[in-house]
Ligand binder design. Structure first.
Ligand SMILES: Nc1ncnc2c1ncn2[C@@H]1O[C@H](COP(=O)(O)OP(=O)(O)OP(=O)(O)O)[C@@H](O)[C@H]1O
Ligand SMILES: [Mg+2]
Length: 265
């Protein structure tokens, strides 16, 4: 039975998609069977892992998997151990479908049930096929995010050390508590990952320390710094990337910490 982990924070540009891609890559390299799910209509994880424009997946995405209650038909193999459920811009129409039954193509597929438990329920079809399911979320507390949270046992909170990310944290933590109460997976935060750190900035250092004081048991000791090869993963991807080692290096200690927490060590 897969362990499902969502990467989230409703503040934009905090490293959610980059971290989801890297974590999925490191897990599959370690021999785990991984399903990466893109729940963000920006389709950044889709483009990072598939190395194709997300428009290639129109009518072949996680949105249709939810609407037709069929996951396996929409899975895209990426490597031997890594599969992807892609997203397109049309994932933004998920709420319209939930509340009106109309899909973006004009079809009517009546929806009944719990608007936040759609993903959790369809994933039952594939949970036994994977060791890990890793979900990327959009920068909002939308239906896409609540579905991801309610489908997950664990949540990694992405924290880019800045004032606006700091102020986003309490509401995000509340959303995880709601998913825990509302959903069926006992959803909980497994850690807060400090990302995109600019080591020269004293304000970033201060925000790093503030989050550690507020959530001493949650922060990972690893702090991810702003590093050009990590940023350029969006350009080169994971295959034939001449600087892959430099891009991933700093994530290896986060990976070890995360696995240790998941395994309860
Ligand atoms: N450690 C890093 N060093 C340098 N650049 C990075 C690093 N991590 C991410 N980036 C870059 O920073 C930008 C934001 O990262 P990313 O897209 O992963 O964040 P996000 O939280 O998924 O954003 P969104 O909220 O829009 O979905 C991207 O251009 C990405 O390539
Ligand atoms: Mg993203």
């Amino acid at each position: 039975m897969a362990i499902t982990i969502t990467m989230g924070i409703q503040k934009g540009g905090c490293g959610k998609s980059t971290t989801t891609g890297i974590l999925s890559y490191l897990l599959q390299e370690d021999g785990y069977r991984v399903l990466a799910i893109d729940m963000d209509s920006q389709g950044n994880l889709t483009e990072l892992l598939s190395e194709q424009p997300s428009n290639e997946f129109i009518e072949k995405s996680v949105l249709e998997a939810m609407q037709y209650n069929d996951v396996k038909s929409y899975i895209v193999p990426i490597s031997e151990n890594l599969d992807l459920l892609p997203a397109t811009n049309f994932l933004a129409t998920l709420p319209r479908w939930i509340y009106t039954g109309k899909t973006y193509t004009g079809e009517t597929i009546p929806f009944s049930g719990n608007p936040s438990l759609i993903l959790d329920q369809v994933l039952e079809q594939v949970r036994d096929d994977y060791d890990f399911i890793i979900i990327d979320t959009p920068p909002s507390l939308s239906e896409q995010t609540t579905n991801a949270l309610c489908a997950s046992e664990y949540v990694v909170v992405l924290y880019e050390s800045s004032n606006w990310c700091y102020s986003a944290i309490p509401n995000f933590m509340d959303s995880v508590v709601s998913a825990n109460e509302f959903g069926n997976r006992d959803t909980k935060v497994i850690g807060i990952l400090r990302t995109l750190n600019d080591v020269r900035r004293t304000d970033a250092k201060a925000f790093n320390e503030m989050i550690e004081e507020d959530y001493p048991n949650d922060v990972f000791q690893t702090v991810i710094t702003r590093k050009a090869p990590t940023g350029r993963l969006a350009l080169y991807g994971f295959n034939e990337n001449p600087e892959l080692r430099q891009a991933l290096d700093q994530y290896k200690s986060f990976y070890k910490e995360l696995i240790a927490r998941v395994k309860g060590q």
